[in-house]
Design a protein around this ligand. Structure first.
Ligand SMILES: [Zn+2]
Length: 341
């Protein structure tokens, strides 16, 4: 097959389009023909050089495609099925994996980081990574989902425990995590304040459901947040920018508010006024990627299109079922695909 690989770290000039052997799926794996692979900022970090990456290496975390072959032990999937791949690699048998905490597995990494990714024609993956996609999503749209929606979902739902009626500050409305976090927060009926560097980006954020936009070049984030929330502050801050926004993010929290961070694009070293943290009882949480759970808890359930962009939402199936007084059907769920949290 053809693949784009790197044999050394560096700029785009190190990407090499070349022939490599076809992957041979194990008995418990499926072989997927890659139809779309999104570009994530992680691809650039890895291409420039990260520890633990062995060369030659294939980049690409966000993969959508169709199944071409299933291993002997695989059930529930068949050739021709359109799928996206949960963008992670883990052992699937350690205590953490068995407990559904795959992102705490000692072997955990992101597809395209310390294991080969999807910048190639074929990829073999365990079935636990495979998630069928609805006909309403084309491959390009599906490939835009995995890493950022997994990350944003785990931040809001897994870590911050978002609840309806809360107010969420999402930094970087036009970033991948920002786009996903706005939609997930709205799915939970939260009020969303977001930031961006120009009006066009803020307009797009409003089209995704954001209630308020702050231009972070023209306005001070924490001051605008105070105005919007009647001096109260927000319940949750979705932070991934790092040094450039950290202080404003902390100042925007209400007492007992929660800041969740998943990245440090502008730098990892920040200041922290401890008296402010304990006297206001703030929670500062780290979040890395996410976990895989069975569809008894989560399922890929709804897609819609707005203004040329795509929306995709993961919904707590069991919560919805409980709200309607139904018990989740375990037999049915066992045969269904996985979701991501
Ligand atoms: Zn494990």
């Amino acid at each position: 097959m053809k693949a784009v690989r790197i044999h050394e770290f560096g700029g785009p000039e190190v990407l090499r389009y070349e022939d490599v052997p076809d992957p041979k799926p194990r008995n418990d794996q499926v072989l997927v023909r890659v139809r779309a692979c999104a570009l994530n900022h992680l691809d650039i970090w890895v291409r420039k050089g990260l520890p633990g990456v062995s060369l030659p290496h294939t980049l690409g975390s966000d993969i959508a495609g169709e199944i071409v072959e299933v291993g002997e032990y695989v059930s529930g999937f068949k050739p021709g099925q359109r799928v996206l791949l949960a963008p992670m690699h883990f052992c699937n048998h350690c205590a953490k994996c068995v407990a559904g905490l795959q992102n705490q597995c000692p072997e955990f990494t992101v597809l395209g980081n310390r294991v080969d990714g999807g910048n190639c024609e074929l990829i073999a993956v365990p079935t636990v990574n495979v998630i069928p996609i609805p006909d309403s999503l084309d491959f390009n749209q599906a490939a835009s989902v995995p890493l950022v929606f997994l990350t944003a979902w785990h931040m809001l739902v897994g870590r911050a425990g978002i609840r309806p009626g809360q107010t969420v500050l999402v930094l970087g409305a036009s970033s991948g995590v920002g786009i996903a976090a706005i939609q997930i927060a709205k799915l939970f009926h939260a009020r969303v304040i977001t930031t961006a560097g120009d009006e066009k980006k803020l307009e797009k954020a409003r089209a995704l459901g954001a209630d308020h936009g702050i231009n972070h070049y023209k306005q001070k984030i924490s001051e605008e947040v105070k105005k919007i929330t009647n001096k109260e502050g927000v319940d949750i801050v979705i932070e991934h920018v790092g040094a450039a926004t950290w202080e404003e993010s902390i100042k925007s929290l209400k007492p007992a508010g929660t800041l969740v961070t998943c990245g440090a694009t502008t730098g990892p070293n920040v200041g922290l006024e401890l008296r402010f943290v304990y006297s206001r009882q703030l929670s500062i949480l780290g979040s890395y990627m996410g976990t895989i759970i069975r569809s008894a808890d989560t399922r890929l359930c709804r897609t819609s299109e707005t203004g040329g962009g795509s929306h995709i939402s993961f919904e707590r199936h069991s919560r919805r079922a409980r709200a309607h007084g139904k018990k989740p059907d375990v037999r049915q769920n066992r045969a269904e695909p996985v979701g991501m949290l």
